[in-house]
Ligand binder design. Structure first.
Ligand SMILES: Cc1cc2nc3c(=O)[nH]c(=O)nc-3n(C[C@H](O)[C@H](O)[C@H](O)COP(=O)(O)O)c2cc1C
Length: 241
């Protein structure tokens, strides 16, 4: 529902969230927590051409209104921030990026997504910076927090998955190495936002690919996330796309 070309949250999208933010209250329910649909951190790589994008070109007023109107009656709005990695469709790019140049395993998805190329080390730094920038901007626009989308086969879950991540540098190999991108982003987001800013993670319970992110690995990541004390909540989901 974002504006075409500029990918900002228009009035129709704000209206929808204003309903979700206020409607339960009219029925006597307590204010709740709302998590947005995935907001892209890099406008070169969208999961869908009409995604909302948050970067330095974004419209401050539209984002602030989105946050203000949703939270007007006491609900909190957390922005889900994401990079699609190899799940960036051909309608957006013929050159998606991923941890490694491994195409989608599921054959019927392949016509939708071009084979990715592996991110360079400098580009991984840029990915961290784009997530951190989005979190800082979300905070400045009045959002209560951010959720890092590390599920559903998008870039952060591709890094966790031994199927998609065949890197031989510090971001690949052991689970702890595959977890390090998510950890870097979390640590930097925490360091660059105020205490009380909500930071969550959406994590796959597994990607159901042979050689991919397993249930046991998911349990280890949950334990590590818990031990770091960097996250306020973990949402468990599963699968790809
Ligand atoms: C059209 C559509 C869009 C979706 N968009 C998102 C999204 O932006 N972010 C997200 O985390 N999940 C998204 N999902 C997935 C659902 O939110 C949710 O994960 C799914 O209903 C499965 O629920 P579960 O994860 O609790 O098993 C989308 C699903 C559909 C059908």
């Amino acid at each position: 529902m974002a504006t075409p070309e500029t990918n900002d949250p228009n009035v129709q999208l704000q209206d929808l969230y204003a309903v979700w933010g206020g409607e339960g209250l009219q029925k006597g329910l307590a204010p709740g927590l709302l998590i947005t649909g995935n907001v892209m951190v890099d406008r070169s790589y969208l999961e869908n051409p009409r995604n909302v994008v948050l970067d330095s070109k974004s419209n401050r007023e539209m984002f602030s209104e989105w946050a203000r109107r949703t939270q007007e009656h006491g609900s909190k709005l957390v922005m889900q921030i994401s990079h699609p990695g190899k799940q960036c469709p051909v309608s957006v790019t013929f050159e998606p990026v991923a941890p490694s140049a491994i195409p989608m395993r599921v054959v019927h998805f392949r016509p939708l997504f071009w084979k990715p190329r592996a991110l360079l080390a400098t580009e991984i730094d840029a990915v961290v910076a784009s997530f951190v920038q989005a979190a800082m901007l979300a905070q400045s626009f009045g959002f209560a927090g951010v959720q890092l989308h590390s599920a559903h086969g998008y870039l952060l879950s591709q890094f966790l998955s031994g199927f998609s991540n065949r890197r031989t540098d510090q971001f690949g190999g052991t689970l702890s190495n595959r977890f390090s991108l998510l950890l870097n982003i979390l640590t930097t987001v925490r360091a660059c936002t105020l205490p009380g800013f909500i930071v969550g993670v959406k994590l796959n319970s597994g990607d159901f690919l042979s050689g991919g992110f397993s249930r046991d690995e998911a349990l280890s990541v949950v334990q590590w996330l818990d031990e770091t004390n960097l996250v306020d909540f973990i949402e468990i989901s599963g699968g790809l796309v």
